[in-house]
Ligand binder design. Structure first.
Ligand code: ADP
Length: 540
């Protein structure tokens, strides 16, 4: 029997139209350091229409790939709405990619148009000679654009281009399964792979993100979006906020602790999203230069495990709840969120906050053993995490990657457990876990325990070859300034906190842990440095 319901497609344009209609006065703030610009949702909708008209006049048509090469700001948001809604496909380029990866993804996606910030033109210029599909560049911000001239691309100033365009556009009616946007994995563990989101997946993901048991976003919220808009759709916030009528705060290139503290003091956001390394920097800054953090109802952390010391630190020193989520580029990204269950006491709350969380409505998670058997939710059985749902990729663009899928589930490459309460815990990435004498050592747990030491700013742990045990952990540590903690002291600190045989005997002090293009510890670089003898390793 067929239903009697109207068959309305779930489109990105519906999110835009609804936000402008229902919450037209909600605001998007863009922080430029000295100045803060402000646009209402109605203005964003009008400017998105102007951008779509301009792109249409330039010949951008259905399915054309329009890339962005930008920090977070209102123009980037306009592209988020205009490009998919006119039937083209938004491709968010990571401004921190190496030139070879950048040209690879532009060529793979065959981007015809790039919307780029003036500040990053030199980075774009490095690849344009190798990316023949790019015909035009729209530049956000004023300055010298001559660096692009040798490449024969048309160059436009974004603001002048849209200025005189009509403020409305007949958004395309299309199948909700059509491509809306694409994003490449950041390649922490290999070459970037393309994921293509649909209008439907984007719409449903945003609805789930704003729902009460997820972030519970609503029109009293103001979201500081620190996670870059090129990192897995800024975790869906640009769409979710429009649905919920929540103000947005875009920090452009001001992602260091001092300007972020300034944004918080000036604009008083109620929630914010970022990776743990950003939260760690901000935390240490705030200990010396505190700002009033009482505006926050929560801050969300994802992309890597948030250390316990950091979660406790925000809670104890600033009264700020840090909620972890788990996701991947392949999963739009939201899959789990660590909202503690209702009615648990203080200490138990922390137990849940330390997990990667529970599946949000719309997603399913399971852990699978070596033989392909589904493991019990007992909090102990470790297997590969597999996920399923309408906003989880079922394939990769231009790549079979059959090994990434298991009977309709996406294999994540993460090792995890799920407990009786259905909270999931990431043990490690399959590629990072250390196999010592046939037993597993979780690099994540070790580094997070080391980071709980007062004298430590950052720590990353990798496996290095060992004659006796095959592999043993090497701890790379960044000390806080003025701290003089020795490896022996760190070993003693670990002794009461982790299994004895986990404790590293190889230590290395570094001034900085190398980071990936999305701000995670780059263990690939550390492993290479270690194997090529560039790290000064002491045995203790
Ligand atoms: P890349 O895989 O290139 O790093 P993603 O940003 O898509 O790019 O990363 C997804 C991965 O990040 C996950 O597979 C997982 O290993 C890690 N991750 C994300 N959130 C968490 C979390 N809360 N705890 C631990 N690891 C996480």
């Amino acid at each position: 029997m067929k239903s009697t319901m109207q068959d309305q497609p779930l489109l990105v344009s519906s999110i835009l139209k609804y936000g402008a209609y229902a919450y037209g006065d909600s605001e998007v703030f863009t922080y430029h350091g000295d100045v803060i610009s402000k646009h209402s949702f109605i203005e964003i909708a009008e400017r998105s229409a102007q951008l779509a008209n301009a792109l249409h006049d330039l010949g951008v048509s259905q399915d054309d790939r329009v890339a962005t090469f930008s920090f977070n700001h209102n123009q980037h948001l306009e592209a988020y709405y205009a490009v998919p809604s006119m039937g083209a496909v938004l491709h968010t380029l990571n401004i921190r990619l190496f030139a070879d990866q950048l040209s690879f993804v532009i060529n793979d996606a065959e981007d015809s148009t790039v919307i780029a910030d003036i500040e990053v033109l030199p980075l774009l210029a490095r690849v344009l000679k190798d990316t023949p599909s790019v015909k035009r560049v729209l530049i956000v911000g004023s300055g010298d654009t001559s660096i692009l001239e040798p490449f024969g691309v048309e160059i436009f100033d974004y603001e002048s281009l849209i200025e005189n365009q009509p403020k409305s556009y007949q958004w395309m009616e299309m199948d909700e399964r059509s491509a809306a946007a694409m994003c490449y994995t950041s390649g922490t563990t290999g070459n970037p792979k393309g994921v293509v989101y649909s209008h439907r997946s984007t719409y449903l993901h945003s609805l789930s993100a704003i729902s009460g048991n997820s972030l519970g976003l609503n029109s009293t919220d103001r979201a500081l979006i620190i996670v870059p808009m090129f990192h897995a759709n800024a975790w869906g916030m640009p769409y979710a906020c429009f649905m919920a009528g929540a103000d947005m705060v875009m920090p452009t290139r001001f992602l260091q602790a001092a300007p972020l503290a300034d944004v918080i003091a000036k604009l008083r956001p109620t929630l914010a999203s970022g990776v743990p390394t950003i939260w760690n920097d901000l935390y240490h800054f705030l200990l010396t230069y505190p700002v009033d953090m009482s505006c926050f109802r929560l801050i969300s952390s994802g992309g890597a495990a948030a250390p316990e010391a950091l979660i406790r630190g925000y809670e104890d020193n600033f009264g700020v709840h840090m909620i972890q989520g788990w996701g991947m580029t392949e999963t739009s990204p939201l899959v789990t969120l660590a909202m503690p269950p209702h009615g648990v006491g203080e200490e138990d709350r922390l137990k849940y906050l330390l997990t990667a969380g529970k599946a949000v409505i719309g997603t399913e998670i399971r852990v699978v053993g070596k033989e392909g058997e589904v493991l019990p939710n007992d909090g102990r059985s470790i297997g590969e995490l597999e996920v399923k749902g309408p906003w989880i990729t079922g394939s990769y663009y231009h790549s079979d990657s059959l090994e990434s899928f298991d009977d309709g589930w996406l294999r994540t490459g993460d090792m995890a457990t799920i407990d009786e309460d259905k909270y999931m815990r990431i043990v490690d990435r399959t590629k990072d876990v250390i196999k010592s004498g046939g037993e597993w050592v979780s690099s994540v747990e070790l580094e997070n325990t080391i980071m709980a030491h007062d004298g430590v700013l950052e720590a990353a742990v990798i496996g290095v070859p060992d004659e006796k045990w095959d592999e043993r952990p090497l701890a790379c540590v960044v000390l806080k300034s003025g701290s003089e903690v020795t490896p022996a002291e760190l070993k003693e600190f670990l002794a009461s906190r982790v299994a004895k045989w986990w404790i590293p005997e190889r230590w290395c002090y570094v001034t900085e842990i190398p980071k990936t293009s999305v701000g995670k510890f780059d263990k690939k670089v550390l492993r290479k440095d270690a194997s090529e003898g560039r790290l000064e390793i002491v045995k203790a």
